[in-house]
Design a protein around this ligand. Sequence first.
Ligand code: AMP
Length: 450
Amino acid sequence: MPRTKKQKTTIIEPKTHRRISFQTIKGTKDILPEEQPHWEFVRDTVKKIAQEYGFSRIDTPIIEDVNVFVRGVGRDTDIVEKEMFVFKDKGGGTLCLRPENTASIARAYIEHGFATRVQPVKLYYLGSMFRYDQPQAGRRRQFEQFGFEVLGSASPASDAQMILIAVNILKSLGLTDLNIQLNSIGCPDCRSAYRETLLAYYQSQISRLCPDCKRRLRANPLRLLDCKEEKCQRLANQAPVLIDFLCEGCHDHFKAVLEYLDKLEIVYNLNPRLVRGLDYYTNTVFEIWPGKSGRREGARQAALGGGGRYNNLIESLGGNPTPGVGFSCGIERIILQLVERGVEVPPSSPKPAILLAQLGEFAKRKALVLFEELRGEGIYVAESFSRDSLKSQLKVADRLKVKLVLILGQREALEGTILIRDMETGIQELVNRDKAVTEVKKRLEKMRRG
Ligand code: AMP
């Protein structure tokens, strides 16, 4: 399908005489028909692999009570503090467009009593997320993620399997050059010892911090490790690392995850600076970056996916203590990689092998009926009901590269016949209208066999 130039339409509002122009909102994008094969390829691959690993799909609403994220993700995280689309509804409630889906799934787990089901509960999702951030390549205000969550499993095998699933999906899509960044950020116990050391470090550097970090320092010094400001990132690179403060339980858990990954022959890079700025993470955290090099610069923006363990999330939303682990990947960024690497994707829908052409009003009515008959037989037919001249209809047939054209002219319609034209040889054969479907099927079968 040809790409058309973007147009901006403007109208003058009659009452106010204000100019209104219509175009997509900043940071959002229409996904056009010609782009759909890439999207379908990713979604189909996700669905197939989810099935293979025994995950069931869940769809949660796009709007949620803002507290799901304030409590789940954390009040002083970048996502909640700066990036959420928050609005009041007419009933006075404070809602938001979901910025991520793990907290929503934890909410759903509690709300639907999933704790009474066989554990662990294995769920996956596909859907739009919303973050008010500065748009750029691979960063949008509305973007689509797929994600997998295992709720009710504390086993390090689940952590390893999450990484394995993410890698397998990306590899199945043709992205084989991947760089897995891995760390453990321990449990709240390990963090309280670390917090003191980190606080002391940052207090010695306080004059070099950005205003947000200065403000956050007392409340949550861990948050400073994730600041996007360049000068704060430089300081974060020199800061003490949490991995040196892991308690015995967290140390053993992480060691077991690494052993599973080794067994699965998944190559990873230990990155003690990876913290993944959401409050709910405990223990294992990981990100998948494109390319083998594992460059740090721009990595946050370039990560294809990320995830980790969240043992306290369900409890923080009012459920019983329930461990969990999961990941999400951004489809826009994956598609950017597919395009950049020239990965061939299958067409979204099968190409029609036949075009049904018609001439004259009477024939058109008969053609509409025949189209339904062919469709009912599972034969994929292109039609040109909006065209009247045979020449223009044959042009469409050429463009679509169909093998056969069925021509129903005024005469054929009256006589109860139809012309079948073989587009390769140009040979036309007149057949009885009642035998048209059988004849088409026979020819398609013959072509299929070659
Ligand atoms: P996060 O949990 O924030 O690391 O998000 C997981 C994945 O979602 C990232 O690795 C990206 O692929 C994708 N992602 C996050 N934010 C955006 C965004 N604003 N635009 C496009 N993709 C995003």
